[in-house]
Design a protein around this ligand. Sequence first.
Ligand code: GSH
Length: 121
Amino acid sequence: MKLIRWVLGRVIILLDVLFSPKPLNRNKLLQSNIDKITKNYKLYQYYACPFCVKVRRFFKKKSLKIELIDAKEEIHKQDLIQNGGRQKVPCLRVQLENKPIRWIYESNDIIEFISTEIESK
Ligand SMILES: N[C@@H](CCC(=O)N[C@@H](CS)C(=O)NCC(=O)O)C(=O)O
């Protein structure tokens, strides 16, 4: 079972590389405004998780600079469990000034949240 999952993960990565989305080209000012928002985000993820690949492809397509955190590393795994509440990826950590940290699970919810945030720019 572990081997099948590993192989499937690699197939997903290969397809992702072969059919990599074309990044959106924005004007510099707009991109810089969006970068200011996304510097507050961190994506806890696994390299070969299909849901994480989906979110990373969205980042690439929308030219979003978001730090990726390897949730397989023990320190990050513990951070995710203790502060996010679940060991599940992808999870977006959102830290905005003067606001409590938010942990957003579910790939679709992450994409929807970021889309709404960047569309307001
Ligand atoms: N519906 C979720 C599915 C996420 C999911 O199943 N993630 C798996 C990895 S592919 C996971 O974190 N499983 C728990 C674990 O591996 O500890 C989404 O769209 O984000």
